[in-house]
Design a protein around this ligand. Structure first.
Ligand code: MLC
Ligand code: AMP
Length: 496
C-alpha cells in the first residue's frame, strides 16, 4: 500500500544530501536530514495516539520543525490542520471543538492557555527557536517510519476558511487535491531542482504551505525559509534566489525600496503573486523597475490554484490567466454558463477541488454542485481564449494583505457588545494591505465610544480582522428591501 502525498513529496528525498532549507540563522538543512526529522516526529505522533484520519491542529511558529510536522502528519496518515498564529483563544476554541483533534501543537508560550481549551486532545509544543516538548520527544526516535497507507481520496489537510454566515468552515483537502495541484504548478512554472525559492509567506495557509512548499518538495528545489516577510531580507536574498511567491503587499512594499532594481534581480527567474488582486499599476511599476512581469495566479483554500498566467506567453496585468491543466473553469449566471465576455460567478471543477466542508453537509451542498463544480463567489469574465479576469466578489469578503476577513464574523462580535444595536463592516482601499476594515455602528444612547468598542472587540478576533476605524451612526443606510447598502458606506468612507 502507498501513501499518495508522502510517496510523491517526501519519500523520494530520503537520504538525499541536496540542500532543502536555509534558515534565518544561516543553517542549512539537507533533504535527508529533513526527511529524517519528519520520521522522528511521525514516531512521536504515533506514540501520542495519532492514527489514520485523526486531526493534528498546529498553531506554531514558522520554523523547520513545524514544516517537518506537516510531513510527519501526512506520513502518519493523519490530517494536518494549520491555524493562523494571530488567532485568539475564542477563535481557537471554535476550531478545536469543531475539528476534535487528537493532538494540538502550539507555541511553547501558549501551552497553558491551549491546555485550557484542548478538550480531549493532547497538547505539545514547538517554540520560536525550534525547542519544545514535541521536538524534545522526537530527538531520540528512529529516523525512519513506515508511512501509513493513504489513498488519493483520503484527507491530508483541513483548512478553515471563514464564511459569509460568520462561521468558519473546514475545507477537506485530499491527497489527490494537493498533489494534482502541486504537479500542475511545478510543471507550468517550470520549477526544478535548480530553483531557490525565497519563502516569506506564512505556512498556515494554502499559498505558503501548499503552493510554495509542495511545489518545492516535488521539484527537489531549495527554500530560503524566512520567519516572515521582511523586505530587507528578501532584497538581500534576491541575488542568490530564483523564485518569489507573494501576496500583492509584498510587491508594493518591495517597490517602495529604491534598492529593488535590475541588477538585484539578475538571478531571479520568476515572481508569482496571488491571494488578492494585484493592481495593474503594481504590475507595470514592477516591470519598469526590474524587467520582470509578475506572474499572477488565482486560487482559493477550497480549490487550491485555479488559473495562472502563462510562464511562456503573455502575462497580462489585471488578469489571472487560464485554467490550469485538468481544471475546468466556467462563468455562470443563475447556474447557466454565460457567453464569453459576460460577467458572472466563477465556478471550477477538477482534481484540485476539495471534498466538502467538515461536518457541514448543507454548506457543502450549497457551494459544491452535484456535478462537481464549486461556486467560488468571485465575479469574473472570460475572453474568447478562456483567459479570466476577476472583476469583483459576489460574497461579502474583505482581503487585507492576503488574509480573508468575512464582515459577518466581525459584525457578530460587534453586535454582541452591550449597547450596540447593529453594525455593518466593510472594506475600503488601503495602499499597503489592498483593503482595510471599517465598521459602521449604531448604538443605544451615547455611552459607547470608539475606543470602548475596540477594546471589547479585541479579545475575540485576530488583530488583522479588527476594524481600523469605527463610525458611530444613527442608522445604517438601507435599500427598499431593508438590505444594508455597503456600497454607499464604501463610497462615503473609502477616502479616509
Ligand atoms: C499584519 N497586519 C495586518 C495584516 N498583517 N492587518 C491587516 N491585514 C494583514 N494581512 C497588522 C498587524 O496586526 C499589526 O497591526 C500591523 O499590521 C503590523 O503587523 P506585522 O506583523 O508587522 O505585519 P507584517 O509582518 O508586515 O505582515 C504583513 C504581511 C502579512 C502582508 C507580510 O500579513 C502576510 O504575510 N500576509 C500573507 C497572507 C497569506 O499568506 N495569504 C494567503 C492565503 S491563501 P497593529 O495595528 O497591531 O500594528 C489564499 C489562497 C490563494 O488566499 O489564492 O493563495
Ligand atoms: P482564501 O479563501 O483565503 O483561499 O481566499 C480566496 C479568495 O482570494 C478568492 O476567492 C479570491 O477572492 C481571492 N483571490 C485569490 N487570488 C486572487 C487573485 N489573483 N486576484 C484576485 N483575487 C484573488
Amino acid at each position: 500500500m502507498t501513501n499518495t502525498l508522502y510517496d510523491a513529496l517526501f519519500a523520494p528525498h530520503t537520504d538525499s544530501e541536496a540542500t532543502f532549507l536555509t534558515l534565518d540563522d544561516g543553517t542549512t538543512v539537507n533533504y535527508g536530514q529533513f526527511i529524517a526529522r519528519v520520521g522522528q516526529l511521525a514516531h512521536v505522533l504515533a506514540k501520542s495516539g495519532v492514527a489514520s484520519g485523526d486531526r493534528v491542529v498546529v498553531q506554531a511558529p514558522k520554523v523547520m520543525e513545524t514544516l517537518a510536522l506537516y510531513g510527519a502528519t501526512v506520513q502518519c496518515g493523519a490530517v494536518y490542520l494549520p491555524l493562523n498564529t494571530a488567532y485568539t483563544q475564542s477563535e481557537l476554541s471554535y476550531f478545536i471543538t469543531d475539528a476534535a483533534p487528537r493532538l494540538i501543537v502550539c507555541d511553547a508560550k501558549d501551552a497553558d492557555a491551549m491546555a485550557g481549551i484542548a478538550g480531549d486532545a493532547h497538547v505539545m509544543t514547538i517554540a520560536g527557536d525550534g525547542s519544545g516538548t514535541l521536538t524534545a520527544a522526537a530527538d531520540h526516535r528512529p529516523t525512519t517510519f513506515d508511512a501509513v497507507p493513504r489513498g488519493p481520496d483520503d484527507l491530508a489537510g483541513l483548512l478553515y476558511t471563514s464564511g459569509t454566515t460568520g462561521r468558519s468552515k473546514g475545507a477537506m483537502m485530499s491527497h489527490k487535491n494537493l498533489l494534482s495541484n502541486a504537479q500542475s504548478l511545478t510543471d507550468l512554472w517550470q520549477i526544478t531542482s535548480a530553483d531557490r525559492l525565497i519563502h516569506a509567506l506564512p505556512i498556515f495557509h494554502t499559498h505558503g504551505l501548499f503552493v510554495a512548499t509542495n511545489t518545492t518538495l516535488l521539484a527537489g528545489a531549495q527554500m530560503r525559509f524566512m520567519a516572515g516577510f521582511d523586505p530587507e531580507t528578501v532584497l538581500a536574498e534576491m541575488p542568490t534566489g530564483s523564485l518569489l511567491m507573494g501576496v500583492p503587499t509584498f510587491y508594493t512594499r518591495l517597490l517602495s525600496d529604491a534598492r529593488l532594481d535590475r541588477a538585484r534581480v539578475a538571478n531571479m527567474r520568476l515572481f508569482v503573486s496571488g491571494s488578492a488582486p494585484l493592481l495593474a499599476e503594481t504590475h507595470t511599476a514592477f516591470e519598469e523597475r526590474t524587467g520582470h512581469r509578475i506572474l499572477e495566479r488565482y486560487g482559493m483554500t477550497e480549490t487550491n490554484m485555479i488559473t495562472s498566467n502563462p510562464y511562456d506567453g503573455a502575462r497580462v496585468a489585471g488578469t489571472v490567466g487560464h485554467a490550469l491543466p485538468g481544471v475546468e473553469v466556467k462563468v455562470t449566471k443563475d447556474e447557466k454558463e454565460v457567453p464569453r465576455g459576460e460577467i458572472g460567478v466563477i465556478e471550477v471543477r477538477g482534481d484540485n477541488v476539495f471534498k466538502g466542508y467538515w461536518n457541514m453537509p448543507e454548506k457543502t451542498a450549497e457551494e459544491l454542485r452535484d456535478n462537481g463544480f464549486f461556486i467560488t463567489g468571485d465575479l469574473g469574465v472570460q475572453d474568447e481564449d478562456g483567459r479570466v479576469t476577476i472583476v469583483g466578489r459576489a460574497k461579502d469578503l474583505i482581503i487585507a494583505g492576503g488574509y480573508n476577513i468575512y464582515p459577518k464574523e466581525v459584525e457578530d462580535v460587534i453586535n454582541a457588545v452591550p449597547g450596540v444595536v447593529e453594525s455593518a463592516v466593510f472594506g475600503v482601499p488601503h495602499p499597503d494591505f489592498g483593503e482595510s476594515v471599517i465598521a459602521a455602528v449604531v448604538i443605544e444612547g451615547v455611552g459607547l465610544t470608539e475606543d470602548a468598542l475596540a477594546a471589547q472587540v479585541a479579545p475575540h478576533l485576530a488583530r488583522f480582522k479588527h476594524p481600523r476605524r469605527y463610525i458611530i451612526m444613527k442608522a445604517l443606510p438601507r435599500n427598499t428591501m431593508g438590505k444594508v447598502q455597503k456600497n454607499l458606506l464604501r463610497a462615503e468612507y473609502g477616502g479616509c
